[in-house]
Design a protein around this ligand. Structure first.
Ligand SMILES: Cc1ncc(COP(=O)(O)O)c(C=O)c1O
Length: 372
């Protein structure tokens, strides 16, 4: 049996719509972008939403609109994708890496407190693998210290904390639609926010800093530019692709959770596999397990044709760019390093059936018993 790590379901209706958009010549600024933003806003129950060319772009715009700049420090987990810390560094602010919880890979208050200084202006939190961070604790602490919160929700479409969708707890939440994510637009992302001023800022920053939208211009090209903005737009055929998947996402989210529950049941009681408690708040971007001899398991899964991934095998402060720039000590990131050594991501896409989930589980359990 060969099992992929990730699979997308694109309807024939969506493919036809994309074909029509491309043929129409109206490839960007179209109705699908507006519709996708509208449906996403409803799905996440936020006041404003904005498509962007990637989650990285969303995080960058969020850091700019939050006012981070040279001389500021912004805290970020050591266990994340490099996009999270890059977004801070693009603004001239300094990324301050913080250790994480060894079981979840999420940032914790205890570790956060160790990194606060007079220069701390903000924090970017990451809901690793779809598990929400301790948002009450983080929010309470950051509000007291006047620290701005930005949420990296790249893994977290469908993740809730106390019934509220993540991305609504700070200034903004940025989502990713990279092909392995819960829904995809090829490359692409979405920012959500509940702050009108912030929204107006990111909207201008996303499109060159131009002060008038196409519909507001008396003649083509009649606008002013008051800001050094970017071109971080999403095309209309990408929006069409995202919109069609979002329509089915509620159903797919519950399928992802059923698969996660099945893995949880299958691995329960095994002392060699560390897994989190099952939770309906988790959107299960992937199913993470922690295992001591992870690299041997990687070789084994390749041999038996089972798709997997690792989120992530190396902590960001150890990447050459940051290592050379900040010369950070490994001992400050003990938990993140341990997590990087042990984590492995199992597939949870909605077309995976019970037989496949049981097959993956059985192969892993057999591998473990042979390793003893
Ligand atoms: C946690 C995290 N943040 C940000 C990103 C960047 O997303 P994008 O590829 O949409 O820019 C990723 C990408 O995988 C990610 O995993």
């Amino acid at each position: 049996m060969k099992i992929k790590f990730s699979e997308k379901i694109i309807s024939s209706k969506c493919l036809k719509d994309i074909n029509d958009i491309i043929k129409s010549g109206w490839l960007t600024h179209g109705k699908y972008t507006t519709l996708f933003e509208e449906k996403f806003r409803k799905f996440t129950n936020s006041k404003y939403s904005l498509t962007v060319s990637s989650c990285t772009a969303g995080l960058h715009l969020s850091c700019l609109a939050a006012g981070f700049s040279k001389g500021d420090e912004v805290i970020v987990p050591a266990m994340t994708h490099t996009a999270t810390s890059h977004a801070i560094e693009y603004t001239g602010a300094k990324a301050i890496f913080c250790d994480v919880d060894s079981k979840t890979g999420n940032l914790t208050i205890e570790n956060l407190k160790k990194k606060i200084s007079k220069k701390t202006k903000g924090i970017i939190i990451v809901h690793m693998n779809g598990k929400p961070c301790d948002l009450d604790g983080i929010k309470n602490f950051c509000n007291k210290k006047k620290i701005k919160i930005i949420e990296d929700c790249a893994h977290a479409l469908g993740t809730r904390y106390k019934k509220k969708h993540v991305g609504n707890f700070g200034l903004s939440g940025s989502f990713s639609f990279y092909p392995t994510k819960q829904i995809t637009t090829g490359e692409g992302g979405m920012i959500i926010t509940n702050n009108k001023t912030f929204f107006n800022n990111i909207k201008k920053l996303k499109a060159f800093g131009i002060d008038k939208e196409i519909g507001e211009r008396k003649k083509p090209g009649e606008y002013d530019v008051k800001l050094l903005g970017y071109n971080y737009r999403m095309t209309d055929f990408q929006s069409c692709l995202g919109l069609s998947q979002l329509k089915y996402y509620k159903k797919f989210l519950s399928k992802r959770q059923k698969i996660a529950k099945r893995y949880h049941q299958n691995f329960k009681g095994n002392q060699q596999i560390q897994q989190l408690d099952f939770s309906k708040e988790n959107s299960y971007f992937i199913y993470p397990i922690l295992i001591k001899n992870r690299d041997k398991l990687v070789k084994f899964l390749k041999r038996v044709n089972i798709g997997f991934s690792i989120h992530y095998p190396k902590i960001i402060p150890q990447m050459s760019y940051y290592k050379n720039k900040y010369k950070l000590k490994k001992k400050s990131y003990k938990n993140a390093i341990d997590y990087a050594k042990k984590n492995i991501s199992l597939p949870v896409y909605p077309t995976l059936n019970n037989k496949q989930v049981d097959y993956i589980s059985k192969k892993i359990l057999n591998f473990i018993s042979n390793e003893k």
